[in-house]
Design a protein around this ligand. Sequence first.
Ligand SMILES: Cc1ncc(COP(=O)(O)O)c(C=O)c1O
Length: 387
Amino acid sequence: MRPALNDNFSRLVPSYLFSEIAARQKVFSAAHPEVKIIRMGIGDVTRPLAPAVIEAMHRAVDDCARPETFHGYGPEHGYAFLRERIAQQDYAGLGIGPDEIFISDGAKSDLGNLVDLFDDRNVIGIPTPVYPVYVDTNLMRGRTIRYIDCTEADGFTGQIPDFPVDILYLCYPNNPTGAAISREKLSAWVDYAHANGSVIIYDSAYEAFIREPSLPHSIFEIEGAKECAIEVRSYSKTAGFTGIRCGYTVIPKELGPLGAMWERRQGCKFNGASYISQRGAAAIYTPEGRRQVRADIDAYLENAALIRSGLEAIGLHATGGENAPYIWARTPEGMDSWKFFDLCLEKAGVVITPGCGFGRGGEGYFRITAFNSRDNVCEAMQRLKAL
Ligand SMILES: Cc1ncc(COP(=O)(O)O)c(C=O)c1O
């Protein structure tokens, strides 16, 4: 092959976590076909879309069936009907305008694509353990990453580093630890960003799971955040859009050229989320849509509470699951993440996610998700209790 390849790909750690889980599961199933495996590691939603969303998407399909209401290419940054609702409802009282909101096909693309706005010489600060996309998308560009340890001692909200970084990734409520961040701690991160001239990329894909009234839903609730932060959100876990695809990024005007650069970048490399998915997303902002989506999240949160109390009842130290769909727990004394994974699979037929798959800070932990049916959650907890 003549073209030189992007050698940065050789720096990526092979993403073997989910393939290794699937491989171990396959070997076990072949040896024990009689065992019904319960997958408690999945990060995908299991409940169907809310009726209000389904109705809106049906209507949107019908629009496309008639010449007078047909929609082809939409505005690259999203339809005004959705951007306005986001500004009015998700950012009520925070002074974020529709022109600072950019609709996309989901948070993963935005998180990966935002790297285009910054020079590759920047030093990147990434907490560990964490959703692996931040690490991989920066490694692909050959950037230097400084890891920030998040431990039980800081409630998995990270030690404010004594070194500067240019770009800082934060994710709350967190995947994988299920930790939420307090207003005070988020203010400390914003102060750190100001002191060091950093930009924070704030991933709040799980914002809708926050139930504790004192917790911030958006980084823009923190004074000074508009001058240093970009916020990324998604309808995937909020409203079951993992297969429909829709999310958005907020770049406040206070960040100077970044909004215009993102507009240029998206205008060049992205042609917009579909009209149908944006109509579906807009339905979440109607009173019935809100109610239905909240009921789905409540059901996941009830699963989370059952999982957390179930793990605690068998003597495991568990955190998260209160304002997030993830429960993060310590493996029993003397067992690493994979050893405990094997034990759960072989003795209980339950699949968990080994914490080491989320970076060095995850070893010695495992993640269980609340995305499941109530029956599966109850049965999985019974089986783990019997271990
Ligand atoms: C923290 C976090 N951010 C972003 C995403 C991606 O979401 P989307 O489906 O909108 O691409 C996920 C998905 O699991 C996630 O856990």
